[in-house]
Design a protein around this ligand. Sequence first.
Ligand code: C2E
Ligand code: MG
Ligand code: MG
Ligand code: MG
Length: 281
Amino acid sequence: HAKKSGRNTYAFYDDALTINANHKLRLAVELRQCVQNNELALYYQPQVDLVTGQIIGVEALLRWHHPERGLLSPIHFIEVAEERSIIHDITRWVVETGCQQLKAWHDAGAPISMAVNISPRNLADVTFVQVVAEALDKTGADPRFLELEITENTLIENQANALRVLEQLREKGVGIAIDDFGTGYSSMAYLKRYPISKLKIDRHFIKDIQSQSPDEEEVAIVSAMIAMADSLGIGVVAEGIETLHQQAILHELGCTFGQGYLYRRPAPAADIGELLGVEND
Ligand code: C2E
Ligand code: MG
Ligand code: MG
Ligand code: MG
């Protein structure tokens, strides 16, 4: 450690940066190969109707089967992929694979929706609408059951292109969900300007309402977000529901949909197919 080696904090910080830079460089080299090496996989997590308990859709969550480090969550590599523009290939693979699975589940008799996560970089890309259109075309998936998840700040960062891209996608019937809602800087004005179909309340707000005697302020914040979605006439999903108590409060507050470990952790397509009661190919 820095103290024991007698180095000052700056030297220590420098070392950390170098290690970090080397690590990133290596990660980037490996990432460039991950699509063609068939190392990517999608896991799926159910979204449920809080009134009926039925599974109404799934969110596709990316995983990387790293040859040495095992199964990696995107929190370990998406940032590097974005910095090196590898994100475009990855997103194309994610959208296409998600659409393929959506089509397979619909054909098997499960009319659920499929949400996929999009990076802010994708909305700055003028060819992105084409990428989605091609995936839909190629797979035959129904665009009305596809939903793209973007974070709030994506809208503010890409003002010029984002509105056009999102409008074109909505015209095709594709849904747009605001992910991690409440952690960014969007205002009611932003939400009204963009063709948004769903808000996903960030799990940190859901965590805050979990105590047995819920702090009224925390509940009020979640309640206000639900009211905001209602007044915009769009759906609302609570992320990160882990307890029956959280589920009960959210149901009481009029939240329509929920997602979280209480229902199911993200799992491979075969497991989710079983849950949906459909045959796996
Ligand atoms: P997200 O889109 O907000 O996805 C929800 C994350 O919360 C997932 O983490 C999920 O496994 C986790 N989660 C679900 N239920 C619970 C719960 O009850 N409790 C807790 N503590 N966590 C829960 P994951 O899979 O590690 O993904 C992390 C983030 O990586 C995602 O957050 C999303 O921003 C990003 N991501 C995932 N897949 C993709 C992708 O295909 N493309 C891009 N660009 N980003 C992706
Ligand atoms: Mg998401
Ligand atoms: Mg989220
Ligand atoms: Mg997130």
